[in-house]
Ligand binder design. Sequence first.
Ligand code: HEC
Length: 207
Amino acid sequence: MPHDPKVLDHEYDGIQEFDNPTPGWWHFLFYLFIVFSFFYTVLAFAGSPYLPTPEDKHQTEKIAAQKKKFETLPDLLPDAMTIASYSKSEPWMDYAASVFAGNCVLCHGAEGGGAVGPNLTDEFGKSIKTIEDIHMVIQNGAAAGAMPAWGQRLHPKDVILLSSYVAKLRGTSPMVGIAPEGEQMEPWPDAPPPVEPEADSGDAGDG
Ligand code: HEC
């Protein structure tokens, strides 16, 4: 049998080895992924705008947990005390921030500083004088639909929690804020944070 130049010289127990190198594209991918993993690791630890940070994930989980509690939240009344009170509840305001992010930022800016819609962080209101007016505007809309009515689209409790969120935006400093419109609003009433039922610890009923 003529010697095939691709068959290597050594032979063990009649077993020979064919000279079959890994293809170039395989090497290319191999080194490409090593380089990729290097940058991925650096970005993952140094914080990349493309990867969720641990804080983002934590926030997402907190909001998901709060959404589960939404069902057990009692029916709320859109009165001044309820709106002022829930504006002091950190977990409900985190939840309301996510509803605001999903429905309102397009027109009111990520931080409520205003765009198409007015600045919600300043001391002035176009259709708002008292804290209850916030609920009325969100529920029914304003300016012939330029501000849409949310009463039919969102849950009544969502509209109230959003009102608390908007109340809480007053006096904050957004990065982008448009000029105030309307008239000076009344000060919001002070109210204690809502008393929420203790988290269900699973041992109810022994005692
Ligand atoms: C399509 C754009 C648009 C969207 C989306 C929108 N708004 Fe508005 N909003 C407006 C405009 C425009 C006004 C001003 C209406 C007027 O001229 O009185 C306004 C007014 C308001 C006001 C009264 C401000 C004032 O000074 O009188 C509040 C409060 C408000 N919006 C809250 C919200 C909330 C909460 C959401 C999300 C659920 C939302 N808006 C979504 C456009 C929008």
